[in-house]
Design a binder for this molecule. Sequence first.
Ligand code: M6R
Length: 602
Amino acid sequence: MCGIVGYIGKKEKKEILLDGLSELEYRGYDSAGFAVIENKELKNFKAVGKIENLANKTTHYLSDGFGVSIGHTRWATHGKPTELNAHPHLGQYSFVVHNGIIENYQELKTKLQATGASFVSQTDTETIVHLFEYHNNKLANPFESFKATVAELDGAYATLLITKADSETIYFAKNGSPMLIGFDDNDIYFASSDTPIIGKATQVYYLEDGEYGYAKDGEVKLFDAKGEKSFHKQALSMDKASAQKDGFRFFMEKEIYEQSRVMSETMMGRVNDDSVDFEELNSYFLNGIDNIKICACGTSYHSALASSYLFERLSKIPCVVEIASEFRYKEPLLKKNTLFITISQSGETADTLEALKMAKRAGLKSLSICNVDNSSIVRESDRAILTRAGIEKGVASTKAFATQTMVLWMLSVYFAGINKTIPSEQIKTEIDAMIHVPRALLIPDGLHEQIHRLTKRYLHGHGFFFIGRDIFFPLALEGALKLKEISYLHAEGYPAGEMKHGPIALADSGLFTVALMPRSLHYDKIKSNVEELSARDANILAISPEPFKLADDFIQTSYDSHPMLEFFEMMVITQLFALEVSVRLGNDVDMPRNLAKSVTVE
Ligand code: M6R
């Protein structure tokens, strides 16, 4: 959610900033901008919309002498996506970029306006630059002024500030939103995640909450509440992980197609002939644990929900799943015999991170399942299992969901093995099924074309219900979320057996029902639920191995004996369905409106 890049050095700055912002664009793409101070001269460019608009606006600008520079791509929180609201924000002689939310900005703004500061944007961010100049006008000491500014900010932020009052320095602070510093000889880079600096910096330092400081003359001075502190840089991979589309039309499409391959990576070294092992875990760590609580958001929450069936069924461990933003404020009762699991693709989701911190404060053991190494959630957790999905750029998550669900299934079998809750033959059955998952994720010839053709009938109507039972209920939730994120059509996921308790009132010829009808789990039950909808004239798209006479449309899947194989096969179909509806509606598949890849605000 929003992206920050900064650079001090002699290299051409526009290219470094635009290049870095492009890497972060999928996190927020309402507007973008950058500011440079070179020879004490301030330059500032902003554009609404994508980075290419900013690039077009700055074709004639070059900055190749020594200078300081900061850039930002925005996902609007306060104020509409306009140029005035785009970062960097200017005071009288300083610029600021910021990710996160300054919670006390209104109070600070009122105070600053009373001293004569004039605000031009509706953002909370602009407060930072005016507050800094307010202090600096009195103290005439940019560092002390920045320190005083940071001390007055409440909320989550990662921020960079440059000022004519000290034109060879970048000031930085981090609290609750990610920020890192990259190093290469005398060049210093800043970014809100490591992709913009991979291939540029050779070493990195990931800032911790409460840290602030400045970079000047090839050096960084770091401080926290106790004063100046030393820090250890670590090597940064030079391997540019930046995903390319590889001939696909969209990142999301590419990511759907690569699920079969990445799933083998997820299992590698973990799924053996007759056991599942995680080098990240051991029985000592799990000693005393007799229940599991999982917190996550969005798609990650859906994978958690699916796994709760598996933890109870296979590991015989009570498992409760909570949406992180709800968990945070419910004053939850946390007991030390609970393993606290967080699931996050990005590892930066503010609500999930905060839930994790609460659990840690209560003394719980924590485990995260995450796709991004070194992310805040991974660093905060006692143990972390990486999903190994590779960088996911489509805002609508696909392969991250698949690999999270896979890791959780593996984990449920791992627990079952440790606690001997199911016979070894059943463990073997689970493992045999796991080994077949990459096959279940392959997209057979003709399937994508079939889905493309049938979607033309699903562009109107008054909404969608995705229905399923058991683990196919979370999959129904996920199918509906995918569709609404990129098609902007209303879609709900529902437990099929619950429809008759209210939602069936909506059934008529304008209602589309996507029915997940696996053969291996409660087939007769869901069949009856779908028949009830069909009797009320709802349009039925049935996804099942079993031909279903009442279906208006039918996508046939394989007769697999294991429900998880049916789960993954149906998951791909719902993903392609959402993609094709979105394409037909002419939407931006990879960067849908109003969304961002990483939600680092509450
Ligand atoms: O990075 P996370 O997994 O923590 O993100 C959680 C949600 O924001 C995310 O899954 C969101 O729902 C996606 N856009 C789903 O496609």
